[in-house]
Ligand binder design. Structure first.
Ligand code: HEC
Ligand code: HEC
Length: 459
């Protein structure tokens, strides 16, 4: 009898334990705050972002200017940056030559209705073009320089070397999605974690897949306790902000110098406000939407009423059900997370670290009207289709040359195709490109959905 009782208790204990752990993995997990370095100056941060030499290598100025023709300039800059598009910065090489380096605005600025929005994720970047950055073109430029301008060649040599090594890895299947996560993995494989010195042969396996992502808007960061879609960027954000430095860094003394500017850059990013919706808003409808939003959405996305509550929640895969490839890759390819967590970034008095999670952060929705396409992989063209999964197109194309925005459905106007097309077509059947999940809007009636969309215009 006593034995039976013990067994019964053990079984009960087992089940309650299983229930508790199971419940844990099925519930949103709040991200605790990470203290940041204080005293940043937003104005200095902006200046450093658009003029600073955090990426120290690039293409010799004359070749660059020959290649770009006369582009429209959206960001007026002086001196050596005059006439150079906003997403490049002129920097001086050690031997005095001027090089043109890519800057953060390659991915973190977008021209929208003929105006430049710094901080808006660039959904026009093209990683699908195998031609522009292919090694044949780079080798041609190198050969030309070696013969006719050896000093310029010398200044640009390391950049060419890095570009030739990483270029072939950065290919996406569609225009508009970003390969930055892959770039980070490739750079990690080619850099010693402690000294950041370049290693010609990759020191760890580079994952097969290029997982496409959208680019989150910078003005959301001030609310977030963890960086990136996976919320896994913890500790000192400045260390993540400077990651582009890995492209061309020679050693960690250079990184330390760049790192000193990061509190300013963070202050600038935190000073950004979401752009206001430019059209008419039906405020009666929006008020109905506000109430619906607070009932159905605020528990994850926060409330935008006066109290400005944002819960910083990671939503497990079992609940969110959006394409899982991005969050899974940190478990199937742990070498990148391991590299980071033993790297220079985690040393010193303001360390950073990566804490992966099997799910995604529920992002703040400030300025969400302008940040199409939606979900972490940009697989859904409009908010209308985020909120009604039955309308999500399997194959859709948008016009990249003459982009058209839908100010009512909130997102890119798109054409539905019945089969995969060229690189301007988003194919949601590809691994990592899936448009499933986030079914929370499906339960709303069409009128309720319209009201919620009207409300989202006000955020
Ligand atoms: C090649 C494109 C690219 C470049 C260049 C780039 N980023 Fe990013 N950035 C991304 C992408 C893509 C993400 C989202 C990745 C993810 O979450 O998985 C991101 C995420 C971020 C975030 C996190 C935002 C959030 O809300 O979680 C910040 C901040 C950021 N980048 C700052 C910078 C700064 C500062 C620079 C320049 C020093 C820079 N980035 C250069 C593509 C880029
Ligand atoms: C259980 C938590 C949860 C609820 C409830 C929820 N969401 Fe979300 N939402 C998320 C997560 C997590 C993401 C990011 C998913 C991804 O990118 O894969 C997201 C993404 C979004 C996006 C896309 C943001 C972007 O920039 O790509 C919109 C828009 C959105 N939600 C609106 C809503 C609205 C409106 C409601 C209420 C009808 C709602 N959500 C309910 C968790 C939630």
């Amino acid at each position: 009898m006593k034995k039976l009782l013990t067994l019964l208790i053990l079984i009960l204990l087992f089940f309650s334990y299983a229930f508790v752990t199971n419940r844990h993995s099925d519930e949103p997990v709040p991200i605790p705050p990470s203290p940041q370095r204080e005293g940043g100056n937003a104005r200095l941060g902006y200046d450093y972002l658009i003029n600073g030499d955090y990426v120290k290598g690039g293409i010799p100025e004359n070749i660059f200017r020959m290649g770009i023709g006369k582009p429209k300039i959206y960001l007026k800059r002086d001196d050596i940056n005059e006439g150079i598009p906003h997403d490049y910065t002129a920097v001086k090489a050690a031997n005095g030559e001027i090089l043109i380096a890519p800057n953060c605005l390659q991915c973190h600025a977008q021209v929208f209705d003929d105006k430049l929005y710094i901080g808006l994720g660039n959904s026009f970047a093209d990683f699908s073009d195998r031609e522009t950055l292919n090694n044949k073109n780079l080798e041609k430029a190198e050969k030309f320089l070696k013969t006719f301008a050896p000093k310029k060649y010398k200044a640009a040599a390391t950049f060419f070397e890095v570009a030739k090594t990483i270029g072939p890895y950065l290919y996406t299947e569609a225009k508009g999605v970003n390969a930055a996560d892959r770039l980070a993995a490739v750079l990690a494989a080619h850099r010693d974690p402690v000294t950041f010195k370049w290693i010609q042969e990759a020191s760890m396996p580079i994952p097969e897949a290029v997982i496409p992502t959208d680019v989150p808007a910078w003005w959301l960061l001030k609310k977030k306790n963890g960086m990136f879609y996976n919320g896994f960027g913890r500790g000192d954000f400045g260390k993540f902000l400077m990651a582009s430095n890995l492209l061309t860094v020679t050693d960690t003394s250079e990184s330390a110098a760049v790192d000193k500017h990061m509190p300013d850059v963070l202050a600038y990013i935190n000073s950004l406000q979401p752009p206001k919706y430019p059209g008419k808003i039906d405020f009666n409808k929006a008020e109905k939407g506000r109430i619906l939003f607070n009932d159905h959405c605020a528990e994850c996305h926060g409330s935008y009423d006066d109290e400005n509550f944002y819960p910083n929640l990671l939503i497990p895969q079992s609940i969110i059900q959006t394409d899982s490839l991005l969050n899974q890759s940190n478990y199937s390819n742990p070498q990148f997370v391991e590299w980071f967590n033993k790297s220079w970034f985690t040393a010193g008095d303001h360390p950073a670290r990566l804490e992966p999670f099997k799910g995604y952060i529920a992002p703040p929705l400030d300025g969400v009207w302008i940040t199409a396409p939606y979900l972490h992989n940009g697989s859904v063209p409009t908010i209308e289709t985020v909120l009604n999964s039955r309308l999500r197109p399997t194959y859709w194309a948008r016009n990249f040359d003459q982009p058209e925005y839908d100010y009512e459905k909130l997102g890119w106007k798109y054409r539905v195709l019945d089969q995969p097309g060229n690189n301007t077509t988003y194919n949601t059947r590809l691994p990592g490109y899936g448009n499933e999940g986030h079914y929370f809007g499906d339960q709303l009636s069409p009128e309720e959905r319209m009201a919620v969309i009207e409300y989202l215009k006000t955020l």
